[in-house]
Design a protein around this ligand. Sequence first.
Ligand SMILES: NC(=O)c1ccc[n+]([C@@H]2O[C@H](COP(=O)([O-])OP(=O)(O)OC[C@H]3O[C@@H](n4cnc5c(N)ncnc54)[C@H](OP(=O)(O)O)[C@@H]3O)[C@@H](O)[C@H]2O)c1
Length: 340
Amino acid sequence: LRLILLGFGNVGQGLGELLLEKRREINRALGLRLDVVAVVDSKGYALFESGLDLSEVLHAKRSFGTVAKHQKWGSTELDAIEVIENFDADIIVEMTPTNIIDGEPGMSFIKSAFRTSKHVVSTNKGPFALDYKGVINEAYEKGLNIKFSGTVGGATPMIDFAKKCVVANDIIGVEGILNGTTNYILTKMHVEGQRFEDALVDAQKMGIAEADPSYDIEGIDAACKLTIIANSIMNRYVTVHDVETRGIGGVTPAQILDAKNRGMAIKLICEIGEKISVGPKEVPLNSPLCVHGTLNVIKYSTELASDFFLVGAGAGGKETATAVLRDIIDIAYKIGEIKV
Ligand SMILES: NC(=O)c1ccc[n+]([C@@H]2O[C@H](COP(=O)([O-])OP(=O)(O)OC[C@H]3O[C@@H](n4cnc5c(N)ncnc54)[C@H](OP(=O)(O)O)[C@@H]3O)[C@@H](O)[C@H]2O)c1
C-alpha cells in the first residue's frame, strides 16, 4: 500500500517511527508492504514515488523544522492538495491540527483524497465533529473507506471495540472521561490540593497541556470526541455544537475537597443519554469510571449485557500512531490487500 502522510507533528512523527520499527514485521506476518511516498507539513513536502526512507525524513524534520528541506526529496513547488491529487497512492493519512470552526485544512484534504479515489485514515477530530454524516456519506458514495480510530481514546480502541465487539446488543448509554489533560489537572487538585491555575502550569511543564490549552480546559476536545462516538456508535447525527459543554475552569479546591471528604472525585464526565453533555461531575472514588492522571475511560451500557468499561492511554504521538496503523491494516483487509 502506498501512503501519503499529511501532518508530521507528534502523531505523524510517531507514525514514522512506528513504521520504521514494525514495517518488516507487518510484511512478514501479513504479507503487506507499506510504502510512504510523500510526507507533507505546513511548509512543504518530501516526495519519492518509489518510497521514502523514513529515517531520513524524520531527520530532516527534526534538523530543519520541515520535511521540505530534505536535500533530495524536499520541495515547496506544489501545495498539499496538488500532492494528494497528482500522485499515485492508496491511503491518505490525515494528521493535521483539529479545527472546529471549519474543519480546515483537514476537511479539504479528505475531500481531495475522495476526488482522486484514495482511502482515508484520520486522527483529526474537526471534520467529523462538524459534519460526520457528510464525510462518511461521501466515502460511501465513492466506495472508499474512511477510518478514524485515533480521534477518540488515542491508542485505546474505543470505537472499534463498540463497533466490532458489541454487536447484536445495542449500546444504550455512554459515560466516560475522554480528555487526559483535564483529568491530569483534576487529579493534581484532588491528590495534592493544588489550585486549578497551578495544576495547569504543571501540566504545561510536563508537556501534557498545550501552550493554548483552551480546547481541553473548556471541554471542547472532549465534546468533539463525544460527538464522534454519538455518530459512529449510536447513530445520533449531531455536531459538536449540539453537545452541552462546560469546562473545568470554574472547579475550586474547596469543591474538590468537599467531594473527597464524601468519598467522591470531580471528573470531566462525557455522557450520552437523552442529552449529550460534557461537564464536571462527582463520581464515587471506588467507581471504575474514577481513573486518575492522564488515563481515559469509557463505559458502554448495553441492552443485554450490562456495562463494559475500557481504560487506557488517551493520547500521545506514538500511542495514537498505533491506532493509525490499526486503521491502515483494517483497510488493507477490506480492500483485499491482506488475504484472510
Ligand atoms: N497528539 C495526540 O496525542 C493526539 C491524539 C489523538 C488525536 N490527535 C489529533 O491528531 C492531529 C495531529 O495531532 P498532533 O499532536 O500531531 O499535532 P501537531 O504536533 O500540531 O502536528 C500537526 C501537523 O500538521 C501540520 N500542518 C498544519 N497545517 C498544515 C497544512 N495546512 N498543510 C499541511 N500540514 C499542516 C503541521 O506542520 P508543521 O510541522 O510544519 O507545523 C504539523 O506537522 C490533531 O488533529 C489532533 O487533534 C492528537
